[in-house]
Design a protein around this ligand. Structure first.
Ligand code: TYD
Ligand code: MG
Length: 483
């Protein structure tokens, strides 16, 4: 903006009020929402307010008022009561363990990333889930940028009969993927994987930050656009387990699923790391077999399949993984310590907690293990690291020490405080209902627990000493007292 030059031969500034020509004033005028603008008939420059002289070319009396154009942007505002909630429908896949993690199924118009190491079974999982969706007549487009159509077909042959509404596209060129989506106009799109597709217009190689972001952005548009496609992206993970490519991918999508080879019995576990439509932390368990992935609904009976009952040092405790209760078998072994001092070893349990538990046993239950090696292990690679497993660890150790087994239909749950008191763990009803389902009839629980209708015989114990004596496993006692 050219301001009037002082000392030029133009008419004197006094023609205008002093504040009119002040640059700061004109800024203020622009900030006000003036409806109309002023156009200079000489140079065409636009001014938000009238002035005697064009601020741009300096012509005098050239500004003419121009009616403001009608605003073209319109907002979509609806009464909430008039919105059809069916638009937010959840579509079950029929794979119960996947539906459990998703909270019922895929949300229509959502975008999900499925992450996992190569070979874990991402393509298999999606082919199984989406062929089930397609068999309801829903059009599903599977973009397989990593494998040939024949490879996908040969995998599919192992799984189930493929429905006619499952479409496959084997291009990694994004323009062709777009064309395939336009041709099929599917309700579901799978891009396997987002790191192997590339858009020639973007430049850079497939998997680069710019490529991943650009292709994922288009997928977000499919999902959030009027067609509300449900989009699932397969994402590779790096060695440290995070999604390869930009972190922004995680921010762009609604749901991030992580598929891992879980320790317990070599099962594959699926979790939602991020989930905009439901809770995270749900665990889905699968087993890879000859006909693809099998849902493992009853993990407890798998875990306890090889259990030998009637063994001293053996205790079952109901643990939680996310919101899923699993029975875990704990084994303890005690042995006289060598000269180097007592050893403590933990497999799948917390070693720090074991030290505290042994100290509590010595102080509050009269069970000294100062010259005893203690080994504790959760069987089958399971984990029992929560405080809720404290009492079970203590009872396993004392049972091994005394050589007295616990009843085989008993589960033990409770956190041990440093004063020897037994505290309530979270999700106690869920733990006990899974124990009951798995066929256990008795449970040692904290005295403070408010429980009813568990259908189990409850042995309520206020502290560790009373738990040991109620179960009759203190070394001095020789008789197992059934509760
Ligand atoms: P895949 O789904 O290709 O894994 P990802 O897409 O995560 O790389 O499958 C992984 C492995 O599963 C592969 O090594 C072959 C095996 N597999 C089976 O054992 N049984 C089956 O029925 C199928 C389809 C695959
Ligand atoms: Mg794959």
């Amino acid at each position: 903006v050219r301001l009037p030059q002082p000392g030029s031969d133009s008419p004197p500034q006094a023609n205008l009020p002093a504040w009119e020509s002040h640059p700061l004033h004109s800024l203020g005028a622009m900030a006000r929402s003036e409806r109309n603008t002023y156009l200079c008939r000489d140079c065409g420059a636009e001014s938000p307010k009238w002035a005697g002289r064009c601020p741009s070319c300096g012509s005098w009396n050239s500004l003419a008022e121009e009616e403001a154009p009608k605003r073209r942007t319109t907002a979509t505002v609806n009464r909430l009561v008039e919105i059809d909630a069916a638009g937010a429908a959840v579509i079950p896949t029929g794979l119960e363990e996947l539906d459990r993690v998703l909270g019922g199924g895929f949300m229509r118009g959502s975008i999900t990333v499925l992450g996992g190491e190569p070979g874990i079974g991402k393509s298999t999982l999606l082919l199984q889930a989406l062929s089930a969706v397609a068999s309801q007549g829903t059009d599903v487009l599977y973009v397989s940028a990593e494998e040939s159509a024949a490879q996908v077909r040969s995998r599919a042959n192992r799984l189930r009969e493929m429905p006619a509404s499952l479409w496959i596209c084997n291009d990694s060129d994004w323009a062709k993927v777009e064309a395939a989506v336009a041709e099929v106009s599917p309700s579901f799109v799978v891009v396997d994987s987002i790191q192997t597709v590339s858009d020639a217009e973007v430049g850079g190689s497939a998997g680069s930050l710019a490529q991943v972001r650009s292709c994922a952005q288009r997928c977000v548009e499919w999902a959030k656009g009027p067609s509300a496609m449900t989009v699932i992206l397969v994402g590779h993970v790096t060695k440290d387990g995070s999604l390869a490519g930009p972190r922004t991918l995680e921010h762009m999508v609604d749901t991030v699923l992580s598929f891992e080879e879980g320790e317990p019995l070599g099962l594959r576990s699926l979790r939602a790391v991020k989930h905009r439509f439901g809770r995270t932390g749900e665990l889905g368990l699968f087993e890879m077999g000859k006909k693809g992935l099998r849902c493992v609904g009853d993990a407890t009976s798998l875990f306890l399949a090889d259990r030998r009952t009637g063994q001293a040092g053996d205790v079952i405790t109901p643990t939680m993984d996310g919101r899923r209760a699993l029975m875990v078998e704990l084994q303890a072994l005690t042995a006289r310590a060598g000269e180097a001092g007592p050893r403590r070893s933990c497999q799948g349990t917390d070693c720090g907690r074991l030290s505290a538990i042994l100290a509590v046993l010595a102080r509050h239950a009269g069970v000294g293990l100062g010259s005893t090696d203690v080994f504790v292990s959760a069987v089958g690679g399971a984990k029992a690291t929560e405080p809720a497993s404290d009492l079970a660890v203590a009872m396993a150790v004392v049972s091994s020490l005394s050589g007295l087994p616990l009843p085989e239909d008993l589960v033990v749950v409770g956190e041990i405080g440093l004063g020897g008191e037994i505290r309530r763990p979270h999700h106690l009803p869920a733990r006990l209902s899974e124990a009951k389902r798995a066929g256990f009839g008795r449970a040692v629980v904290p005295a403070s627990a408010e429980l009813s209708g568990t259908g189990m015989d409850l042995l309520r114990v206020p502290d560790v000493a009373s738990a040991l004596s109620a179960c009759g496993i203190l070394p001095a006692q020789r008789r197992v007292r059934a509760s």
